[in-house]
Structures are given as structure tokens and as C-alpha cells.
Design a protein around this ligand. Structure first.
Ligand SMILES: [Mg+2]
Length: 253
């Protein structure tokens, strides 16, 4: 999708020129930014593929497309652009409402599990130990408890900018609530550079309607933006605007 068409889709149809100017500046900065360091598990060169992204019908070929997308810059650039659009909106809107707040998903929105996904060849392995690079699968639970997911740097910067404008930040994650999980998630967020958030909301195993219950915690705030990498993160209509980040690697219904 052309860059401006994507921006227009995220913004809706209303003209918002101050936001447009801010977003244009962000896009220019993204275009000039150096590519981030490549994960150790990445191949030295992109795989040669017979078709463009999304053209394959073979699972092994699709995985190679995902490796190319994640290892050679396009994924990080897409995230930076998408987060830049959200940031421009938040910065412009923060001063216009009373008690502004934003809701952020964690995995593939605030923290990146890219190294684990690559290690596991894009398979979801719920249990088992995690030793990246040891030639064995890295279990999801052990990985989360290791608190070593990487920062998504443009989101760290968005949170700092939002906090500087008095915006309350709520993290809302499908990670299961529990003492060890909560401690590890807080440690990982701090390690990644996040600070000053209002609350970390995690899924309660015994509760249904997790999302609606969680949003009650933000009662009294004007939720101006909700950012996530899954459509299911953004359901419910609780936020003024939603921003969907790229994630072709897995699907959460
Ligand atoms: Mg996520």
C-alpha cells in the first residue's frame, strides 16, 4: 500500500493539517534513520525468493519471506512509520482533552519477541525451557519470564513524549496475570526503557471480558489512542482512535 494511502487509512478522512505536518516530519526522520542492528539468528543475506511478499503458497517460502521482512529492515521501518503516525496524533491531541490517556499492547507493540520467533522458526511453543541459539525451541512462558524481549524503540520514544505532555499510559496485555509473570513483564518494560506508566493490566485467567474490565481501570481518563498489533487488541470502541501495527508473524483471535 502506498505510504500516503496507509497514512490516510490510519487517520480517517477528516483533514488534520497540524497532525499531517507532524507526521510528515516523522516520516522524514524515519526515512533518514539507520537500519537497526540485525538479530544474531538472521542470515547474512536475504533469501532469494521467486515472488514478492505474499506471493508464495508454500509454508517454507512464506517463512523465508518473514525472515527477509524482519531481518532486513522493512519490518522495523514499517513499525517506525506506523508508530510515528500514532505519536503525531497523540502529541497534537494531548493538550485538547482533560486527563488524556493511551492504551498500549505489549508484545509486538511495546516489546519485540522477534529473536524468539526466529529461533522457533515462527512456531508457537507454549512450554519448555528457553535458551536462544541452542538449537532447541524457546518456550513462550520461559521466554516471557526471562524478561529479555527487545524494546521497540519508536514506542519507547512515543511513551516518553506522551508522558512529557501529561498523558497517562496504560499497558494492556494478554499475558497471563500472576506474580512471576507480572514481575518479569515489569522488569522487561523497565529494561527496555519504559518509565512512568500508570498501570499494567494483565489477563486474569478466571475472568472473561478481560478487555472491558481492564478499561474500567482507565475510567475518568479520556483514552485518546489505543495501539496494538492485533485487531483483537483494538476492539471495543473504548478509544478515540486506534492504531494497528504490522505483524505478519502470528494471529491472536
Ligand atoms: Mg501484541
Amino acid at each position: 500500500m502506498p505510504q500516503f494511502a496507509r497514512v490516510c487509512r490510519l487517520w480517517g478522512n477528516r483533514p488534520q493539517w497540524p497532525v499531517a505536518a507532524l507526521a510528515a516530519a516523522v516520516l522524514a526522520a524515519v526515512a533518514l534513520a539507520p537500519a537497526p542492528a540485525r538479530a544474531a539468528q538472521c542470515p547474512a543475506q536475504p533469501f532469494a525468493l521467486s515472488g514478492g511478499f505474499g506471493q508464495s503458497t508454500n509454508l517454507g517460502q512464506i517463512k523465508r519471506e518473514l525472515v527477509n521482512y524482519g531481518c532486513f529492515g522493512d519490518y522495523q521501518r514499517d513499525l517506525a512509520r506506523e508508530i510515528g503516525v500514532a505519536r503525531a496524533f497523540i502529541e497534537a491531541r494531548a493538550g485538547e482533552v482533560v486527563k488524556p490517556a493511551i492504551v498500549l499492547d505489549i508484545d509486538e507493540t511495546s516489546l519485540s519477541n522477534w529473536r524468539q520467533m526466529l529461533n522457533n522458526d515462527f512456531g508457537y511453543i507454549p512450554r519448555g525451557p528457553c535458551r536462544l541459539g541452542a538449537g532447541i525451541a524457546c518456550g513462550q512462558g520461559a521466554w516471557e519470564l526471562s524478561a529479555t524481549a527487545d524494546p521497540i524503540v519508536p514506542m519507547v520514544e512515543l511513551v516518553a513524549a506522551a508522558r512529557a505532555r501529561g498523558v497517562a499510559v496504560f499497558f494492556l496485555t494478554g499475558r497471563p496475570d500472576g506474580v512471576a509473570e507480572r514481575v518479569a513483564t515489569v522488569r522487561n518494560l523497565r529494561r527496555a526503557g519504559y518509565a512512568g506508566w500508570a498501570e499494567l493490566l494483565m489477563r486474569n485467567r478466571s475472568e472473561r471480558g478481560f478487555s472491558a474490565a481492564a478499561y474500567k481501570s482507565a475510567r475518568g481518563f479520556a483514552i485518546i489512542a489505543n495501539i496494538g498489533d492485533q485487531d483483537s487488541d483494538l476492539a471495543g470502541g473504548h478509544a478515540e482512535r486506534t492504531f494497528k501495527l504490522s505483524n505478519p508473524f502470528y494471529f491472536v483471535p
